[in-house]
Write a protein that binds this ligand. Structure first.
Ligand code: BTN
Length: 255
């Protein structure tokens, strides 16, 4: 990928497709064949882009960034939420620093501008007996989409860089900036330096301090988000004052 400033991400193995079903599915297939850390899969269009919770991701040709990267961190499984947070921080920083857009993080995986979703992250983890075998981090960014073209989804209104900025944006430039930031936060994590990323994640969070409804695998919780801890987990105080440590879930902001 010409012009990349990242040292590893997208440097060794870079696969570009004009059209593919899903970059995450393709990256998972490559990872299972042994493709190395930093392998980057990018598509101009996805015919079956996947979102979280079995949803689809709207992926029209030449408009968004649809990318997946293979990571092979030697980390305990409980550190997985740190990776989610660092990816969200890298995406939000890229939008802010490359395009001057005030992007925020709706923990754990949504990037919003003014309460509208501009990007989503789908991390898929495969484990083996030793812990994490690999993670495929998939990122979908709405860049040159017209907001009226988005399929209607009453849950989260969508936006794009062009809709916010009103001019055509270079997807290559955004992708390069994103890979450099992803790599830098990831190398910091591996080197035991997560504090800066965590502080950035907290400062960009739209959920801390808010009253939330949270759908988790263990049921629905309601309360106030009070913090994000050192593992990247959300701390939620319920009505009886009990603090719950949440690893993942689907948030509805009530206040
Ligand atoms: C979400 O918000 O639900 C997550 C959306 C993730 C979409 C990206 S687009 C690139 C990669 N390939 C996929 O099939 N999904 C992710």
């Amino acid at each position: 990928c010409p012009g990349l400033t990242a040292e590893v991400f997208g440097r060794k193995e870079y696969l570009y497709y004009q059209e593919i079903d899903s970059t995450n599915s393709q990256a998972k297939a490559l990872a299972s064949k042994g493709y190395p850390e930093g392998t980057l899969v990018v598509a101009d269009m996805q015919t079956a882009g996947r979102g979280r919770r079995g949803r689809s991701w709207y992926s029209p040709g030449s408009q968004g960034i649809y990318m997946s990267i293979i990571l092979r961190p030697v980390l305990p499984l409980k550190e997985i939420s740190r990776i989610s947070l660092l990816v969200a921080v890298a995406v939000a920083e890229t939008l802010a620093e490359e395009l001057n857009l005030p992007a925020c993080i709706k923990w754990p995986n949504d990037i919003l501008i003014d309460n509208k979703k501009i990007a989503g992250i789908l991390s898929e983890v495969v484990t083996d007996m030793d812990g994490i075998e690999y993670i495929v981090v998939g990122i979908g960014l709405n860049i040159n989409n017209q907001p009226q073209d988005f399929p209607s989804d009453f849950r989260t209104p969508a936006t794009s860089a062009m809709a916010e900025d009103r001019c055509l944006v270079s997807r290559v430039k955004v992708l390069q900036g994103l890979l450099a930031r992803l790599e830098s936060h990831y190398l910091d994590l591996l080197a035991g330096r997560f504090a800066g990323t965590l502080e950035k994640g907290k400062s960009l969070s739209v959920v801390i301090g808010q009253e939330l409804k949270l759908d988790t695998i263990n049921g629905v919780l309601q309360g106030q988000a009070v913090d994000i801890d050192d593992h990247g987990f959300l701390l939620l105080r319920d009505q009886s004052g009990i603090i719950h440590t949440i690893m993942s879930g689907e948030i509805t902001i009530l206040s």
